[in-house]
Design a protein around this ligand. Sequence first.
Ligand code: ATP
Length: 235
Amino acid sequence: MSTESPLKELALHDITVRFGGLTALDNVSLRVAPGRIVGVIGPNGAGKTTLFNIICGFVQPTSGSLTLDGQPWRPRPHHLNRLGIARTLQGVGQFAGMTVLENVMVGARRRRAEAEAMAALERCGVARYAAAHPGALPYAIRKRIELARALVAKPQILMLDEPAGGLDADEIGWLGTLIKETGTTVLLVEHHMDLVMSVCDEILVLDFGKPIALGSPAEISENPKVTEAYLGTAA
Ligand SMILES: Nc1ncnc2c1ncn2[C@@H]1O[C@H](COP(=O)(O)OP(=O)(O)OP(=O)(O)O)[C@@H](O)[C@H]1O
């Protein structure tokens, strides 16, 4: 499977997740159309990571369902790569005992995918660190390596979990350009509002697990419910 294959439509239907007495997601529906960049935002604890964990099969919904290209779909973490779904993690979770190149090859679909891994590192501007060990590198470089690891398999759906965390303005500018140029479907969980507003076609806003708004960046930035959710957190 490659980026030339038709992109997949991912949809969540009335997903609810309860952890004991806590409702982390409350009846959330979302259709991620092929090729769109969809942001998921909300105050801390709103359920953003839980939503990603549902799509990756790390967490099972209490109720609700998912579909992939309209077919019922039960995600399993070890099938994601084969299905063309790649995810970056918050922070940088690279293997310390491997070189940068070896870390990126872990994300590839084929064995011995050295050329693809080098191409992904080049795309992310960090090919010169291929032989280094990630532990010794600055945080911003490691974030780029994490992106290369997700991009190496040429995913059809790229899930980015707080990719801008810990980056400066220049790095975030670079990241925004990369996201817009991937040509793939992107799901973006991010607190950095300028990045979200500049790259997303559509944004879902969660608050205490509830979907409170879904729309274009302009619609979201003018929605009083969204302002209230954020100001309520800050107060
Ligand atoms: N495995 C779990 N067991 C119990 N509660 C959990 C679990 N995972 C998440 N939660 C709770 O579910 C709620 C939503 O958490 P989640 O991490 O999805 O929020 P978030 O929007 O990603 O937050 P942040 O912006 O801080 O990363 C929180 O109250 C959290 O404490």
